[in-house]
Design a protein around this ligand. Sequence first.
Ligand code: PBG
Length: 324
Amino acid sequence: MAFPQNRSRRLRRTEVLRRFVRETRLSVDGLVYPLFVQPGEGVRKEISSMPGVFNLSVDELVKECREVRQLGLPAVLLFGIPESKDELGTGAYADDGIVQRAVRAVKREVPDLMVITDVCLCEYTSHGHCGKIEDGEVANDPSVELLAKTALSHTRAGADVVAPSDMMDGRVGAIRQALDVNGFQHTPILSYAAKYASCFYGPFRDAAHSTPQFGDRRGYQMDPANAREALREVALDIEEGADMIMVKPALPYLDVIRQVRDTFNVPVAAYQVSGEYSMIHAAARNGWLDLERAMLESVTSIQRAGASIIFTYFAKDLARKLAC
Ligand code: PBG
């Protein structure tokens, strides 16, 4: 049937109709709020390039997590900024490391908030790379061992889900094995399976002090030009035992999210990263974009592309918006 019998505008005339036929409905249920925890007490330091996002000490983190839960959000993602860094990133897998202390405190005080931990070494290494350096490059297999240790120590501290973000080969299998032999068969792995070597992590690296001191991450993170390779990465991670997989960043990679969603049957997550958040805020500050509409449109698009789980610094703002 064609015009004039068919008029697409009929279903766009009122807000009630538009809501009625809406294909993508945002909800808090799949949102994850990323948080940065650092040593100290009473610390609540705004990250200059990320308005409304803070570096928090453990006591402040607990307060933040209470608020997050009260807003109806299911989960947080924890990143740690340690007191000191070294060659091997030992702070990442120390029993009393910053993330381990944070997880214990949050699980004690806000037990029904799901705690996901970012498993990586770059915030903890003096060189800022995501693994152990040998002969001037990141050595895969020794790094995987350290990552498995890190995931296990997060889980021992009480993490509900571990999320490896380093892009070493074989780390999902190694983490699964480390968790299983230690009695954590039920702890899910959410793998950053298709993580691109992206400029959009810029503000995060300021926040986490994790900029590589030499070179870049292109030897382990993916080339932005590749999508088929993402499918292979996801397939390998699922084979190694990933329960959920992630595409990251989100908005510049909607085609990858869609292809992954159409090809695999595991839950698909996407990470609207720091640079995506900062760009929207910067434009809004200049009066060039409407902040709230840009937030809603970008997150809706990420979900429409196929992500049912969305990591976003807008999570609290979205929860407030969705509640009214
Ligand atoms: C690595 C990690 C990074 C992000 C999440 N995990 C940074 C990187 O790979 O350089 C980026 C998150 C963001 O930009 O919001 N630990």
